[in-house]
Design a protein around this ligand. Sequence first.
Ligand code: ZN
Ligand code: ZN
Length: 248
Amino acid sequence: MDFLTLFLIYLCSVLALTALLCLCSGRKESFLTRSVNRASQVIKIIWVSQLLSRACLGLSPLLPRSGLFVVLHVALQAAVFGEYTWEVFVYCWELQFHLLLLLLPYLLLAGNLGCFLLCSRANPGTVTKSNAASLVKVYAYDGLLFQRGLVCPTCTVEKPARSKHCSVCRTCVHRFDHHCVWVNNCIGARNAGVFLLYLLSLTATAGAVAAVTAAFLMHVLLLSNALHGTYLDAQGREQPLEIPVLVQ
Ligand SMILES: [Zn+2]
Ligand SMILES: [Zn+2]
């Protein structure tokens, strides 16, 4: 059961009990009966509220930092590289492509996975009671977005300039950038560099796969002599095959 479902149950319970309370208060009853009824309704509301709050708190460690997107991330990469190995690598190897060119996507993938692990495992720059005093001196307060002396009510530490409390990680992060669901971690002062490397290696990996695949397709086209072939257009006229037509 997710947080939204619990919240909706809570909301419905409160509304139902409030409606019941209003109905009861409209009846002609003795003062004692009305008082007892109202007291019991209030107790029910408080009890339901506390019960659901405890349920939410109990489940909350499982909800925010679930590894769903990490699993999706790994599954997508596995699917892409499974396809690359099965459909491109094997044929390119038979066509005697240079081995280093064929292995380049795998090497970049290894680097990308390394950056991914570092990024997801690294401390993004958590503000704690022991380091808050030194971190407040790092950046100047602008007095608008970041004001000196503000204390995070959750972490109970003074918030350094450019820091922000992450509601997912439940901690204040120094030089907070964003919470990345793909690496399941905050991006802050201490892992922003690795995160940039992660993005660059991911782009390079995708580019290498695309380049090898394009080279493979061009090679197949040249070998099949398809560029010297013809096709019949909509009017039934014979036309020479050109690259845009082949791409379509
Ligand atoms: Zn905080
Ligand atoms: Zn976070």
